[in-house]
Design a protein around this ligand. Structure first.
Ligand code: NAD
Length: 460
């Protein structure tokens, strides 16, 4: 196992700054080569990555592919577009600037820090790294210590294929993070909880370092009546219970039209059996809770409301059955905190205005889900709520669309990434204005006497 001594952080950073200064990363062909190498590395180590995810989260192989290894698709997309994204773009100038030309040059920021969480511990490190490489930066990455097996495999594959003066991994927990945060970076990209997000932003403020904060929160899922119920149930079950609910964009709770609540609950019960069998603890397709601490936190939610489906737990395996709870109060802790586990509270409404008012009384969520074919209702929900993103008639799939920037708003985060948005996040847009010498009108130069009427006409 390769680990980085924390006392070495200053050295790594120094070496990366020197490497950045060579200008090598400014060459788009160099970046493309590095992205190809990253893709190749991932493909070569697919098996070990899947095993690490199994060891950390009991993550089913199919889920590991769909939600973690599939990050290679993002590499292909980036390689395909990178030459175009990196080109300076012409900017329009108004008629009074007729002798000028304007362009926007994307340029790399320098050395960036990427800190990841444990729930999709591979993808949520590699995906921002793709953006950092594409934009021409050096990067230090710190995976989550809680998904330790995945953290080790990331370290191993990065150390094997990249010079640490270009891309380096620092392993460890809070101490490692804080050691890194004491240094000056050119950008910090953080994925994690809102509370730690505030710590990151405070540390970054000391150096005026820009941050991207990919945070969490309670993502509501509205289910109205005008739906294909069978498809709705399947899509909610999948989005909520993949990775045992430990997904930042999982539907946190359901807001269900009273008229279909019973059918929806009956359907969820049937569908859960179809997905995971009579006893999900025996299913190879159902993950486990990451740690004892998170297990205990989730178990305490089971005291809220009334468990109507599931509810079984097995501490020795950190197993919590897919669970649906009814009769929760908005004051219950399960409705106050982000759940981040396989527990789904159901709240009914009679009028959509009640559901919208509830969403708007809370911090802005990362995702909002709406199941309804009613165009007017869709329009109303889009217009009257704010969230990082919205997915209509499905769950979670929005994160897989490279052309859609992914990120939060308000408490759910700052900034966004994926596809071109990742390139932009890790680039500075340098505005360049150029004048020519064929003319030099004197209206702006001193002495100003007598020039004001003309200037008023010109600028008016
Ligand atoms: P976390 O905030 O506890 O930890 C994230 C990272 O921060 C880890 O690498 C950890 O070592 C580090 N860290 C923890 N405490 C720190 C401190 N005091 N100072 C400096 N660094 C510290 O988050 P987590 O438990 O790993 O992940 C769960 C949270 O992440 C959930 O809230 C979830 O919604 C959110 N999340 C968001 C996204 C997204 O894309 N928006 C994706 C996944 C997870």
């Amino acid at each position: 196992m390769i680990t980085t001594e924390l006392s070495n952080v200053g050295n790594i950073l120094h070496n990366q700054r020197e490497f950045f200064q060579t200008g090598k990363t400014k060459d788009v062909n160099f970046r493309i080569e590095q992205l190809k190498s990253l893709k190749q590395t991932i493909i070569e180590h697919e098996k070990s990555i899947v095993e690490a995810l199994q060891a950390d989260l009991h993550k089913p192989e199919v889920e590991a592919y769909i939600t973690e290894i599939s990050v290679v698709k993002e590499i292909d997309y980036t390689i395909k577009h990178l030459q175009n994204w990196s080109k300076p773009k012409k900017a329009a100038v108004s008629w009074d600037f007729f002798s000028y030309s304007a362009k926007i040059y994307p340029e790399p920021l320098g050395v960036v820090l990427i800190i990841g969480p444990w729930n999709y511990p591979f993808q949520l490190i590699i995906s921002p790294l793709i953006g950092a490489i594409a934009a021409g930066n050096c990067a230090i990455i710190k995976p989550s210590e809680i998904a330790s097996h995945t953290s080790h495999i990331i370290t191993e594959i990065i150390a094997k294929h990249f010079d640490p003066a270009y891309i380096a991994v620092v392993e460890g927990g809070v101490e490692a993070s804080q050691k890194l945060l004491a240094e000056k970076f050119d950008h910090i990209f953080f994925t994690g909880g809102t509370a730690v997000g505030k710590i990151i932003m405070t540390a970054a403020a000391k150096y005026l370092t820009p941050v991207t904060l990919e945070l969490g929160g309670k993502s509501p899922c509205i289910v109205d009546t005008d739906v294909n119920l069978e498809h709705t149930i399947r899509r909610i079950t999948w989005g909520k219970f993949i990775n045992a609910g430990q997904t930042c964009v999982a539907p946190d709770y359901l807001l269900v039209n009273k008229k279909i609540k019973k059918d929806l609950i009956d359907g969820l019960e049937k569908n859960l059996k179809e997905f995971y069998g009579d006893n999900p603890i025996n299913s190879p397709d159902y993950a486990r809770i990451i740690s004892e601490k998170h297990f205990d936190r989730l178990v305490s939610f089971l005291k809220d409301g009334k468990v109507i489906i599931g509810g079984k737990t097995e501490p020795s395996e950190r197993y919590i059955a897919p669970t649906v709870i009814d009769d929760v109060s908005l004051e219950d802790s399960v409705m106050q905190e982000e759940i981040f586990g396989p527990i789904l509270p159901i709240i009914e409404y009679t009028d959509i205005a009640e559901a919208i008012a509830l969403i708007n009384s809370r911090p802005k969520p990362l995702a909002l889900y709406l199941f309804s074919q009613d165009k007017n209702l869709q329009k109303q929900v889009l217009q009257e709520t704010s969230s990082g993103g919205v997915c209509i008639n499905d769950t979670v799939m929005q994160v897989g669309v490279s052309s859609l920037p992914f990120g939060g708003v308000g408490d759910s985060g700052i900034g966004n990434y994926h596809g071109k948005a990742s390139f932009d996040t890790f680039s500075h847009k340098k505005s360049v204005l150029q004048n020519s010498f064929w003319l030099d009108l004197k209206w702006r130069y001193a002495p100003y006497k007598g020039k004001l009427p003309f200037i008023k006409k010109l600028l008016g």
